[in-house]
Write a protein of this length. Structure first.
Length: 304
């Protein structure tokens, strides 16, 4: 029966992703809809599918590579020595070799090396194998991400661990804690803990690189006359001076009130938004009618 690796055109050490990609490419090119009444293409399409059925299944591929099943997935008969035992060890075994002692030794060495990654050993002892990584999610708020924070998580073992979230952490960033994952086997090292950072959206702050952005409403009088207002920052409230004649869209900068990073802090950019009173004001309307007659000006000239 044809070697499934040759059918798919991949190496014996190909990854699962490489095997899947090779199968999809061949299957698309050989699909019967593209080759009507072509028996050769139909036959090869079936052989490609059969090869992937074997190699695309992790358990079947492992057994095929170990010589336990053939390319069709059928069990292989176990070789027996003249005494009726398998491989000369007595009883039954899943080793497949003839009576040559060198064959026995080579097979044991091959399986021992394989066992180092799988945790299985032909000598009855579990071979050292690293533990798998453990995945965790950690939600933090906007200020904690910008300035850094220490947070406590509970590992799958039940152990509590304080971790330091670095200043300037990004949403989706992954922190790796060496040796804090799942335990290894046979004395192997533990895996790592992978902690994915999720940042809760803020009610009015957003981030642009190392700067913090915020839009702050101001009254008509504050915009026209200027003055001092209180605005929030990730460090707390501060006083900001509004220059006279400020428009909606005017942006003011608060130095050093942005995201922390290795060279210092970014800034906070405050964009002003002029707001009229919630209710119509007759006195203001009458004043503006007279003022407009005396001081007309154009604001949409560039759009005409």
């Amino acid at each position: 029966m044809e070697d499934p690796y040759k059918v798919l055109g991949v190496a014996r050490d190909a990854s699962a992703e490489q095997i899947k990609a090779a199968y999809r490419k061949l299957a698309r090119g050989l699909h019967p809809d593209l080759h009507p009444n072509d028996k050769h293409a139909e036959d090869r399409f079936k052989r490609v599918g059969a090869a992937y059925d074997l190699l695309g299944d992790k358990a079947k591929r492992t057994r095929f590579d170990a010589g336990e099943i053939d390319a069709g997935g059928a069990e292989k008969p176990r070789a027996r020595s003249r005494s009726g035992t398998t491989g000369g060890f007595g009883g039954t075994s899943d080793f497949h070799f003839n009576e040559n002692p060198q064959d026995i030794f080579d097979e044991l060495m091959r399986r021992r090396n394989k066992g180092r990654s799988s945790g299985w050993s032909p000598f009855g002892e579990e071979a050292p194998a690293s533990g798998s990584d453990a995945q965790f999610n950690l939600r933090i708020d906007f200020a904690e991400a910008a300035l850094g924070a220490t947070k406590r998580i509970t590992l799958s073992s039940g152990k509590h661990l304080d971790i330091k979230v670095p200043a300037g952490a990004r949403d989706g960033a992954v922190l790796r804690l060496k040796g804090q994952g799942n335990p290894g086997r046979g004395g192997g090292p533990a895996g790592d803990a992978l902690i994915e950072i999720g940042i809760e959206p803020h009610a009015f702050f957003t981030r642009q690189n190392q700067d913090v952005l915020i839009t702050v409403p101001v009254t008509l009088a504050e915009a026209v006359l200027g003055g001092k207002i209180t605005v929030p920052t990730i460090d707390g409230k501060v006083t900001l001076a509004i220059p006279p004649g400020a428009n909606s869209g005017t942006t003011l900068r608060l130095k050093g009130k942005g995201v922390a990073f290795d060279k210092g802090r970014g800034d906070q950019l405050v964009t002003l938004q002029v707001m009229l009173p919630d209710r119509a004001d007759e006195e203001l309307a009458n004043f503006l009618k007279g003022w407009e007659l005396r001081h007309p000006y154009q604001v949409r000239k560039p759009m005409e």
